[in-house]
Design a protein around this ligand. Sequence first.
Ligand code: NAP
Ligand code: HSE
Length: 428
Amino acid sequence: MAKDEMYVALLGLGTVGTGVYKVMKTQESEMQQKLNTVLRIGKILVRNPKKHEGEVEDPSILTSSFQEILDDPKIRIVIEVMGGIEPANTYISEAIQAGKSVVTANKDLIAEHGGELMALAEENQVELRFEASVAGGIPIISPLKNSLAANEISQVMGIVNGTTNYILSKMTDEGMDYKEALQEATELGYAEADPTADVEGYDAGRKIAIMASIAFHSRVTFHDVYMEGITKITSKDIDYAKALGWVIKLIALARNTRGGIEARVHPMLIPADHPLATVSGSYNAVYVHGDAVEDVMFYGRGAGEMPTASAVMGDVFSVARHTVYDSQGSTRDNVFRKIPIKSMDNIRSSYFLRMEVEDKPGVLATIASIFGNNSVSIKQVIQRDKIGSNAELVIITSEVKERHIRDALLILNSSSVVKRVSNMIRVY
Ligand code: NAP
Ligand code: HSE
């Protein structure tokens, strides 16, 4: 059934919204062939329409009233690129209940309320798609749901935040200061409205929650994910990592293990020859391990106006095709298991510990006995720099349960020979 035109509404005209607007224009001439219809933007919701008048060909489509969009029967697809939980949650729920399909880039919302929204979409026989919510332009949601559906997926691991990857790359490759690198990432449109979400690991936490739920068929929400950001990483840590043949990356990791689901985001030292080590700037990459496919890696731009618009518009085109051919895709999220979340105490890792200690005989033996008493064995010790009259020690441990390292840290911090433990970073 051919439809001459199909109307969409855009909620938000910021970084991603502007990209979507541009792609709608550049793709206009080919839509008829690709979709058997032409998509038109019926309305654009912004807080302040006046501010955006110079950004669109027809300013009369700008509105600050969501009700106008809800009440317009011509509008079949709502594209939400405003961000945040509210009012996005209310607007998406109301659009779905009004029989409109929704495409969103909003990981905050999907990582917390995705289950309820997908159930609502199914109930109302419309689609809810969110490819752009994870890893910007990289197709990962659809491959996890469709192309890899026949696999038992045991691990999803990757670099899924463009802002922090940009900052760490600039600090590592150019010796750039953290603040300057964050400023650049913000100017390039990679950072969230509040970049705390990026640098503290919350954004990557939301993305790994979304991917884990799909991969393991068991609900993982933002609140289940252990998150540590990059704010404690210093140029010293980066230098030591380089000297040891490693790079520091913010890694998001989800594993389906016998002891439950591990879901965590934290900086990690990875070997310089590991494929994730070469993923730099705003690029992201996601490794997936499935029992049939073995390893697959997805790589591309993880943030920014046009890459994210590419993912949003891919979803919009799918919904448009399904609408034209009356073959609506199922929006079921396919969560049918209840797997417990594994406590961080029980994860296993090797650790990099940088500490300032008294520079006198017997100190190393004291520290070694604290580790030994807590079942932590030491793999490597580096003593390179002096800090005033103290020495800086870097210790790499063997693989150990996290609770043992935490117990050892408590005692180290109260020991008279240890002035401070400056950083603890997990090692791949
Ligand atoms: P942004 O630049 O801050 O733009 C947000 C837009 O939404 C603005 O046009 C703003 O209107 C509008 N808006 C916000 N709250 C509104 C409200 N209550 N009522 C009406 N309009 C409202 O954000 P963005 O970077 O484009 O990100 C949008 C979404 O995409 C977020 O969920 C983000 O996490 C996600 N995302 C972003 C990227 C990226 O690279 N930036 C990548 C993937 C996913 P005004 O202009 O009038 O204030
Ligand atoms: N702020 C996010 C990032 C945008 O830096 O990756 C893409 O989701």
